[in-house]
Write a protein that binds this ligand. Structure first.
Ligand code: 7TS
Length: 410
């Protein structure tokens, strides 16, 4: 159960050794979890134990360690399936992260199917990872990007979306949670609306899985992505979920070892998914660490996580809105604990630099969402992005730092 102490201290904060660091002589206030999350002991220990006790390659050795490593790697896949409530373990492809997952879908799903004049629908709030891969393939075959507008609070205009859907729509690609605005999008509605057409739906879940339970059978999207490092797991590992019938009908994205049935000089036949999309030695320790992270998240409990983060979000929103000259970008009714803002007369990078001197880690810039910055008429924002381990004192340090930036620059 959450208590008032959790908000003061941060939920399970002691599980995260790095959060005890001192930066510039100040206790670290880590408010950059949308860029990457810190790692709990459970994850660090799982990776450490893998390299100390089990390390071997997977799927190809008959010796004991190779079998154990394969069991751990495939066990991690089963854990991911369970965590996301996907139908089948074969629908879980390990990739480097969301970026690679979306590129895979662009190259292996869109490229072979689309013809000139087809359309891909995205929204104005997408990360570049959910824009550029469609443009790269689109430019090769003449596929057009159509963009769903958002309102001034950062919420998708569903009526405009409905008007954009048409028989030329091949794919709808939408973020579950915005990395800049925090908006939690009505993806179930978007998926249902898309189902009225023949188009497929990809949901970018990079910023969702760290904060909320995701039920893929309930959502019924065709593709879903996550990044391990944003979900309290290691960098270099992520997941592409794809419906089995779609994955098995898609050509491989990369060729190499462990993904073939047979290779001759005349040609090659491929294994079914997920192996056909996992050429070469995978990030075995990464998968093990990711499974540990998801298990850890379940042990903390998404109900407690949501309660903690929503309390912190409410507190931070009220404190920020009380600061004169501060404009919050992203004020949706339904949002995750991400606070982007601009301060009159002070460049967002200067704000972040002053904050750093106070031990407060934020990100400043366009957050890989340049079209979104243009939509709000700003070149950049400063962004504080939270996780359940944050505390009210992290947010107090943020406010103190912003006030000091204003004194220095205004
Ligand atoms: N999609 C969203 C919504 C994201 O926030 C990010 C990364 C990506 C895709 C790409 O994920 P990757 O793991 O493949 O890099 N977002 C951020 C961010 O907000 N700050 O740093 C990275």
């Amino acid at each position: 159960m959450q208590t008032a102490t959790d908000i003061n201290r941060g939920l399970q904060r002691d599980d995260f050794p790095l959060l005890g660091r001192v930066v510039h002589g100040k206790p670290l206030a880590y408010l950059d979890s949308a860029a990457t999350t810190q790692k709990p002991n459970a994850v660090i220990e799982a990776i450490d134990a893998f390299y100390r006790e089990t390390n071997a390659n997977v799927h190809r050795g008959l010796h004991r360690l190779a079998q154990e490593a394969t069991d751990l790697y495939e066990g991690a896949r089963a854990d991911v399936r369970e965590h996301l409530n996907a139908n089948d373990t074969r629908e879980i492809v390990f990739v480097r992260g969301t970026t690679e997952a979306i590129n895979l879908v662009a190259q292996s799903y869109l490229r072979p199917r689309a013809t000139s004049g087809d359309e891909v629908i995205v929204t104005e709030m997408e990360h570049h990872a959910n824009i550029v891969p469609w443009q790269i393939v689109g430019d090769m075959i003449g596929v057009r990007l159509r963009v769903v507008p958002i309102d001034n609070d950062g919420q998708i205009d569903l009526e405009a979306f409905e008007r954009l859907l048409n028989p030329r729509t091949r794919l709808v690609a939408v973020t579950h949670v915005s990395n800049v605005l925090g908006t939690i999008n009505p993806v179930k509605t978007i998926i249902k609306m898309t189902r009225q057409t023949g188009a497929a739906v990809l949901v970018d879940g990079a910023q969702a899985v760290p904060h909320m339970p995701v039920d893929l059978q309930d959502l019924d999207c065709d593709f879903y992505t996550l990044s391990g490092h944003k979900t309290f797991g290691p960098t270099g590992i992520g997941v592409l979920f794809g419906k089995a019938e779609l994955l098995n009908a898609m050509p491989p994205y990369q060729g190499g070892g462990d993904m073939i049935q047979s290779v001759t000089w005349e040609g090659t036949t491929f294994k079914d998914a997920p192996a056909r999309f996992e050429a070469g030695t995978p990030h075995i320790a990464g998968a093990v660490g990711l499974a540990a992270a998801l298990g850890y998240l379940r042990s903390v409990g998404y109900e407690h996580i949501a309660k903690q983060e929503q309390s912190l979000l409410a507190y931070a929103t009220a404190r920020l809105q009380a600061l004169p000259g501060l404009r919050l970008i992203g004020t949706a009714d339904h949002k995750a604990a991400v606070l982007s803002f601009v301060l009159d007369g002070v460049h967002p990078h200067d704000v972040a630099t002053v904050l750093d001197a106070h031990g407060v880690a934020t990100r400043a810039g366009h957050h890989c969402a340049q079209p979104l910055m243009r939509r709000f008429g700003v070149p950049a924002t400063t962004r504080a992005s939270l996780a359940f381990y944050n505390s009210q004192s992290d947010l107090d340090a943020l406010i103190t730092g912003i006030e000091s930036a204003r004194e220095m620059f205004q």
